[in-house]
Ligand binder design. Structure first.
Ligand code: BGC
Length: 372
């Protein structure tokens, strides 16, 4: 299959699985992902902005705002508890906002590491990108109260340990989560002039905290107290912009990611990953390609894009592929426990679109087409 066919198929598939509420289903066919995540959703909306589907992105951000507003009381209670130093008595999921919701904005019951702050920073970052790419400035006023509530919430909570972008390690602090918060706060600075000084100060403090505590051996680390690398550290530069792509800290981090986590064009999440045997995540390969374009290595970025195209299954792009497993003995167990791995994963399609756009593979006729 050609890249162009997968580009069109990805747009179609994402629009097909955006619900009437504006939410994107993470993976329509995988039982555990039939919900909407702020993280997956924002990158999906960002891909939609990049291919000219601004209305889809608008609807998603309106959904985010409606969900956050619906849980305002919970957010305000959490903010007060954190400010009073009283957040120890309730478990994370009871006190803090969740990371995934049903498509109509309800919390999902059950045991899940739902206290994750990165999505709250990410949606604010994505919202600013939506305005930049579509010119839809009016959305800011429309969503103002959810924006301010999110900023209050992040300002109160950013230093707390919370689950990482893989929904693990809830008792740790993760540089990539802090980078997402940094990016969200920074992105809102121009749009909240009354709070500009406060936001600028907050962003600078978070950035400095990451530089002071989130590095070891001259590179970034997976979490404070864990010196391993994690491929999501790529996000520190694209898109979160905490450091430039050429920053020596980042260059050394990427070198370590390549050394530990890259096999062919496939990127693993982290060396100790056992989820579905610890396969290679297409969205992370696309991320490496996105980074490559920033540092002038378009050749590898193209190879990665072709590799992703070769991984398409009948139902679409999967979350991960099994060509090289880090913990092969765990694979069958996961199948037994949770079913076949997620396919299609909307986030995989979104990241493919972003990479394709970075490589100039998406023509204006596609960007202007009003696909159903
Ligand atoms: C991943 C998350 C993702 C979720 C939905 C989880 O397995 O670790 O990053 O948001 O799936 O796709």
């Amino acid at each position: 299959m050609a890249a162009n066919t997968l580009i069109l198929e990805s747009i179609r598939l994402i629009l097909q699985h955006q619900t009437a509420s504006g939410a994107y289903l993470a993976s329509p066919a995988f039982l555990h992902y039939q919900y909407a995540w702020l993280r997956d959703g924002t990158f999906t909306a960002y891909a939609m902005n990049r291919v000219g589907q601004h209305d889809s992105a608008h609807q998603f951000y309106a959904w985010c705002a409606s969900v956050i507003t619906a849980h305002e009381q919970k957010a305000r209670t959490a903010i007060r508890a954190v400010q009073a130093g009283e957040c120890g008595s309730k478990s994370g999921n009871e006190l803090f906002l969740h990371t995934r919701y049903t498509v109509d904005g309800k919390e999902v019951a059950g045991d899940w590491g739902s206290f994750q702050l990165d999505g709250y920073g990410t949606w604010l970052w994505g919202l600013a990108e939506h305005v930049r790419l579509s010119g839809d400035e009016a959305i800011i006023d429309k969503l103002a109260s959810a924006i301010d509530l999110t900023l209050d919430y992040l300002a109160a909570c950013w230093r707390l340990p919370n689950f990482d972008c893989w929904e693990e390690w809830g008792e740790r602090i993760h540089p990539v989560t802090l980078a997402a918060i940094y990016a969200g706060v920074k992105a809102m600075e121009p749009y909240r002039p009354m709070r500009a000084a406060e936001l600028s100060q907050l962003a600078a403090t978070i950035r400095q905290f990451v530089l002071d505590h989130g590095t070891a051996d001259g590179r970034f680390v997976k979490s404070l107290g864990n010196r391993a690398v994690d491929a999501s550290l790529l996000w520190l530069t694209v898109p979160y912009g905490l450091v430039d792509a050429a920053d020596p800290l980042m260059a050394r981090t990427v070198a370590e990611i390549e050394r530990e986590l890259l096999w062919g064009c496939g990127v693993h999440r982290y060396a100790a990953d056992t989820y579905y045997g610890g396969g290679q995540w297409l969205l992370l390969s696309a991320w490496l390609g996105w980074y490559d374009v920033q540092v002038g290595n378009s050749q590898r970025a193209k190879e990665i894009a072709d590799w992703i195209v070769s991984k398409q299954e009948a139902a679409g792009l999967p979350e991960q592929v099994q060509d090289h497993l880090l913990a092969p003995e765990q694979y069958a167990d996961w199948i037994k426990r949770a079913g076949q791995p997620a396919v299609p994963l909307l986030w995989s399609h979104a990241m493919f679109l972003i990479l394709a756009d970075e490589l100039g593979l998406i023509g204006s006729e596609t960007k202007n087409a009003a696909l159903p």
